[in-house]
Design a protein around this ligand. Sequence first.
Ligand code: HH2
Length: 257
Amino acid sequence: MGILNVTPDSFSDGGSYFEPEKALARARTLIDDGADIVDIGGESSRPGSQPVPVDEELRRVVPVVQALAADARVPLSIDTTKPEVADACLRLGARIVNDITGLRNPEMLAVAARHNAAAVIMHMRGMPRNMQLDPVYDDVVAEVREFLAERATAAREAGIADLAIDPGIGFGKTAAHNFELLRRLEEFTSLGLPVLVGPSRKSFLGALQGQEATSRRLEGTLAAVVIAAMKGACVVRVHDVLPCRRALQLADAMRSG
Ligand code: HH2
């Protein structure tokens, strides 16, 4: 899953693809580099970020989804917490709702079901503005797993058949929590749903290696996606599709023997 942030302030590429022409060119690069899905977001969820009004989020993503839906060779996913934005993008041809709030809004469940969309259920403790203020868990894997199982049941009951679950790397988690989620990723696959993970360029990778600049976190990202794949992840959400694809090709070859 290639990331397309149509935002001025995303944590690693804010402002780079904010104009529609730049966003479309980026989407084409992601697809040429081997992305199987393009995930389009119009609101940053970096720690400390504030919500964007619905009109502004629509203004950012609608032209991009519209243009891409007409000629993209891969399914489009919309990364949003707002049912109005999901609805508009699904109408235009997006096929997947990626909701960092885990479809907790009943209206979001209804929108995804109505459009027969697939959905990604992600775990987040708190909201972006406050999620990194000292997150504490007794057992991070057990607590995240329980949340994902509960939301998957709610999504199925609402009529959404095609689901993936995501432990939400960096969303209300310390670096130690993120490492533990990756180390014990198999415990999520046992829920019987495809597992998606998004470690790309995140700060827990930088902290370990003294790489504060997000542009210096590629090696950490490659290690994380390979480990996630070896532990059963089906989808990785990344900025750097080409190198991740190459690293995953090797992991696949080793896995299949
Ligand atoms: N991470 C980000 C955004 N959306 N969705 C899922 N399912 N999983 C993730 O790990 C995930 C996500 C944050 O990354 P990015 O989109 O690059 O940054 P920003 O939120 O600042 O736009």
